[in-house]
Design a protein around this ligand. Structure first.
Ligand code: MG
Length: 244
């Protein structure tokens, strides 16, 4: 063995003893960049530092009605309440992928039953409804109860609180992607925690919410968050969103 070969072997032994070339080196799987941004979490009642606060209790400046006019719902005591008959309200800003936090409350006074009790809803991108309904001792079709993706996805459990108690939806939403010809490339997915309990786990949305007939996809862009007027005095508070 010549001296050059000896040197190479010695260097290899030396290097491997310090894990310089070893596949066993745990450093090989460490990723240091990018560094996640520091965000100050909110308390149960407040938004994190990088959220867009859509409703903080003061006004409906970031909302409008279906026609783009003044949102007709009632803001009182820092609470937003459906004014039946005034129609939906929707955000002025348009969104796609997002994390959405929203708190809602069914009316204390129980009126109606089934779909007629405390019905409202949150529409992602104006067309995919996460149902809001008083489902505390209130029977309805499973794929239309609180936390359902209306007529598509039954919630994993019923985590409803009593009417009059504030409830929380934490939503993680991945918008659908469309090809240039308008066909669907990837569907929308939604994950929902209801009062901290997982009720939708990366559920594949089948298409736009339909009251009658089957859901279907039609290509669209970013769109508003809509809150539904279903004729019941459902209230909302502390609404914030983080774009993803
Ligand atoms: Mg509804």
């Amino acid at each position: 063995m010549n001296s050059l070969k000896k040197s190479v072997i010695l260097i290899a032994i030396f290097a491997s003893s310090f894990n310089l070339f070893s596949q066993d080196d745990p450093k090989l799987t460490e990723v240091w960049e990018p560094v996640p941004a520091i965000v100050t979490p909110g308390s149960a009642m407040s938004a994190p530092s990088d959220a867009i606060v859509l409703f903080d209790g003061s006004n409906l400046e970031l909302w409008q009605n279906a026609e783009g006019g003044k949102a007709g719902w009632v803001v009182k005591d820092a609470i937003l309440t459906v004014k039946p008959g005034t129609g939906i309200i929707k955000t002025k800003e348009l969104f796609s992928d997002c994390q959405l936090h929203i708190e809602w409350r069914s009316p204390v006074k129980i009126v109606g039953e089934g779909q007629g009790r405390g019905n409202s809803g949150i529409f992602l991108q104006s067309r995919y409804e996460l149902q809001v309904l008083d489902c505390y001792n209130n029977i309805t079709y499973s794929n239309g109860q609180a936390g359902s993706i209306y007529k598509q996805g039954i919630p994993l459990v019923n985590a409803c609180l009593k009417p009059g108690e504030w409830q929380i939806y934490d939503i993680i939403y991945k918008a659908p992607v469309f090809n240039e010809d308008g066909s669907l490339e990837t569907p929308a997915y939604i994950t929902v925690l209801h009062n901290g309990v997982l009720i939708q786990n990366h559920f594949e949305i089948k298409g736009s919410t339909e009251y009658i007939g089957q859901p279907k996809y039609k290509a669209h862009q970013k769109d508003a968050i809509i809150l539904q007027d279903h004729g019941n005095d459902v209230s909302y508070r502390n609404i914030w969103i983080r774009e993803l």
